[in-house]
Design a protein around this ligand. Sequence first.
Ligand code: ZN
Length: 276
Amino acid sequence: MLKIGCHLSISNGFHKAIQEAVSIGANTFQFFTRNPRGGKAKDLDPKDIEGLKKIIEEYDFAPLFAHGAYTMNLASKSENTREFARMILKDDLIRLKEISNSYYVFHPGSHVGQGSERGIELIVDALNDAIDKDNDTIILLEGMSGKGTEIGRNMEELKAIIDGVKYNDNLGICIDTCHLYSSGYDIVSNLDGVLDEIDRTVGLDRVKAVHLNDSKTEFASNKDRHEVIGGGTIGKDAIIDIINHPKLRNLPFNLETPNELEGYKKEIEFLRGEYR
Ligand SMILES: [Zn+2]
């Protein structure tokens, strides 16, 4: 069974989000751990989480994706911004212990002119501070499109971060089809070649999750503009190949396409129909 869902808001509680997920045929979903622009996380309501566990078991849900705030920049030049990001990271990881079936996905950061080597060093330092040997949450660095000074624009940068972290057994990557294509990995005409390259660098066993998006911009544009499935430069055929590829087909996929619930429902129906 295809593990597919989409990004949903938990501002009305997990219970509401999971009902929505079930109503659109999803068996996973992604949520922001807090306001996407940063800020305080809502306290988790034990009753809300209890309901979540029941439904997750009943509907045999795949892992959920807990997405870190976009404003979290562990590689910032400003010490205040870095400290804030490190605090959010630690706090998110503590809160996620309550939601057992979830992966933590976050954008590695932007070096804002300090150079990627320095940026990677700062990210590694923050992760070493946040991840101890008892950590059992799967933490995933998201591969980025490479806009601005983003770190994680290629597999080598992601690999350098993973290698720098002492307790990295549960550290992996989340690939985003839009970001991959716009950062110059040709998943449209050479999916096998891209997967071989990922395997040679970070290792395919580190790839635990996929953001499934089409792209508004051309190949290698280094832009991050998600498009609805089949409406962009990646296109339906390449996306169908991705969800069916033997090396990817068992991973959980979450859509971050520009859609309301009804649009997500249609995309999920379509993708389930194309899953062989
Ligand atoms: Zn993301």
